[in-house]
Design a protein around this ligand. Structure first.
Ligand SMILES: O=C(O)CCC(=O)C(=O)O
Length: 306
């Protein structure tokens, strides 16, 4: 700073003793350069302000579409979940299979206490039982605009496969898709975030009959599909509501574990799902794992319910 002051005083002194008129000084190239420099600095400031405003506005738009400013690793919210009182699992020693249940009984006995249950006749009449298979989904998603990556709401779970998208799944060889011996096994899951596909799928299944009065989001149904010996690892979800899932093809074992703080009060539970059955549980509170049982491909469809 001192040095700059000295240099400036020297320049002033030279100018005073040079007798150059101020008008001529205005025309000096260095003066123009300096004023250009100022202009450039000003432009840069305006550009930065515009960029900042754009950033803030785009984040506000994301907030309004339920997305977060920062993507958090999925395990973080689970680490900080509030502890359970264990009332969901205390005294529960099995997952009952029930049929012909009224919505009032279902609500009182299973939804309110949050006890997992299988409704054996839940999906028995659904056309999806006969119609849904690998080729059905392949055709459906090749005829509707997929563009899944553009929607932040779209999720795809590759589990242990190398697939990076649903498109890649539907591009696998016919032999692998049909689980032919010697082919690489696969198990995947995705949510249907395409309204057109959601409306089409809905023609082949109903809102489970024991849910009268409860709402379910058709655009965000979840589909899980794959071969024996594979499934989802043990985990707990971080979604808004409890879920139901209908077994449409094949057989799948569900293993449920209580939250760790309830290990001394509660038991682990298991149930094998058969085609036509619907399991209902709060996957945000019960840890769960699935394994497809020997036999044909397992296909399920499900959704959260409120
Ligand atoms: O059906 C499966 O294999 C996994 C289901 C699951 O993890 C879930 O619904 O949260």
């Amino acid at each position: 700073m001192e040095k700059a002051k000295e240099q400036f005083a020297e320049i002033l002194c030279k100018f005073n003793s040079s007798n150059i008129p101020v008008e001529k000084l205005e025309k000096l190239r260095i003066r123009k350069k300096l004023s250009h420099h100022e202009k450039r600095k000003w432009c840069l400031k305006v550009f930065c302000a515009a960029l900042f405003t754009y950033f803030i506005l785009s984040k506000i738009h994301l907030i309004n579409t339920y997305d977060c400013i920062l993507d958090m690793p999925s395990e973080i919210p689970r680490l900080f979940r509030s502890p359970e009182y264990c009332d969901i699992c205390e005294g529960v020693s099995s997952i009952p299979k029930i049929s012909n249940v009224t919505s009032e009984e279902f609500l009182e006995k299973y939804i309110k206490p949050n006890h997992p249950v299988v409704v054996a006749d839940g999906a028995r009449e659904w056309p999806a039982l006969k119609l849904f298979n690998f080729d059905f989904f392949k055709q459906l998603y090749s005829s509707v605009e997929m563009n899944r990556n553009k929607h932040r709401n779209c999720q795809f779970f590759p589990y242990k496969t190398e697939f990076e998208s649903l498109q890649e799944v539907f591009n696998m060889s016919k032999d692998r898709a049909m689980l032919k011996p010697g082919e690489k096994p696969w198990y995947i899951g995705w949510n249907n975030c395409n309204d057109e596909a959601g409306r089409y799928l809905k023609k082949f299944y109903d809102k489970p009959y024991f849910f009268s009065g409860m709402v379910e989001n058709i655009a965000l149904s979840w589909i899980f599909m794959g071969g024996p010996g594979h499934g989802a690892h043990m985990h707990v979800d971080n979604v808004r509501y409890p879920s139901w899932q209908a077994q449409l093809k094949g057989r799948k074992l569900w293993k449920l574990a209580p939250p760790p703080e309830c290990y001394y009060k509660c038991q682990q539970l298991e149930v094998a799902m058969e085609p036509g059955e619907i399991i209902v549980l709060d996957t945000n509170r019960w840890y769960h794992q699935t394994i497809v049982l020997p036999g044909e491909i397992s296909i399920t469809i499900g959704s959260e319910f409120d």
